[in-house]
Design a protein around this ligand. Structure first.
Ligand SMILES: [Zn+2]
Length: 114
């Protein structure tokens, strides 16, 4: 199973030019297209999930603590310690764990047959 967040270029590329945004969006679109195609061929589950709050939420205690990275100022924070449970997180690994958890929850509920 591969789970990816639904990255919105608008949310963190405000300083980019329109050309840079188009290039970024094209790259992301191609990555999703390749993953979908490869997963289908390999009999692998591929899910795109809402990644809202996956950076801010502690993957251990599931709280959004005061110490988690937030907003534009939080983009520079690469690692942080949860004020609720004391766990130290690498920003990207914590977000990846939360995105996977959202995907697994969806799988547990069942895949709609469309
Ligand atoms: Zn915590």
């Amino acid at each position: 199973m591969i789970v990816v967040g639904d990255v919105k270029s608008r949310s963190f590329t405000n300083s980019m030019t329109n050309l840079a945004k188009s290039t970024y969006d094209a790259g992301w679109f191609e990555l999703k297209r390749q993953l979908e195609y490869k997963c289908k061929n390999a009999g692998c589950q591929f899910e795109i999930v809402n990644e809202s709050y996956t950076t801010q939420t502690c993957s251990c205690c599931l709280e959004i603590s005061d110490s988690s990275p937030k907003g534009r100022a939080g983009l520079r924070i690469r690692g942080w310690t949860c004020a609720e449970c004391g766990t130290w997180h690498d920003r990207d690994i914590n977000a990846a764990k939360n995105i996977l958890a959202v995907g697994l929850d969806r799988l547990a509920v069942g895949i709609p047959s469309v």
